[in-house]
Design a protein around this ligand. Structure first.
Ligand code: SF4
Length: 130
């Protein structure tokens, strides 16, 4: 399943036999089902949408089961999540500022157009000057 598991052998196929059925192989199915959505310890984790469950091999090495979580990866995922949220927030603030500036510029442009329309005091005084 994982090239890291070469030495461990229990999750590594050293050769693919011609009668290996990937869809019914219990090891393949177990690894396919290892997602944080199927791991009770991940149920309330804020990073569940971005982490993918971390490294199964690392979890096996550190805790003896691919169904455990590797705390090092969890810390990494939570740090990345915090960074992503702050980055999205900062980008949205910059976008909001740009929109405000664009609107202010459009309003200023509209106002100048109104002031330059015939019949307006400013437009008439400009005409008299020329
Ligand atoms: S960061 Fe850790 S606890 Fe959170 S969903 Fe991923 S594996 Fe589970």
């Amino acid at each position: 399943m994982c090239h890291e598991g070469v030495g461990m052998k229990n999750y590594f196929f050293s050769e693919a036999s011609s009668n290996l059925d990937f869809h019914s192989d219990p090891t393949v199915n177990e690894w396919n089902n290892r997602t944080p959505l199927n791991m009770p310890q991940c149920k309330n984790c804020a990073a569940i949408g971005i982490c993918g469950g971390g490294c199964a091999y690392g979890a096996q090495l550190r805790n003896g089961s691919i169904w455990s979580v590797d705390d090092r990866f969890c810390n990494h995922s939570l740090s990345i999540l915090e960074w992503v949220i702050w980055d999205i927030y900062k980008q949205s603030m910059v976008s909001a500022q740009r929109i405000r500036l664009d609107r202010a510029s459009e309003a200023s442009h509209d106002l100048n157009r109104l002031l330059d329309e015939p019949g307006h005091e400013r437009a008439e005084s400009e005409r008299h000057r020329n």
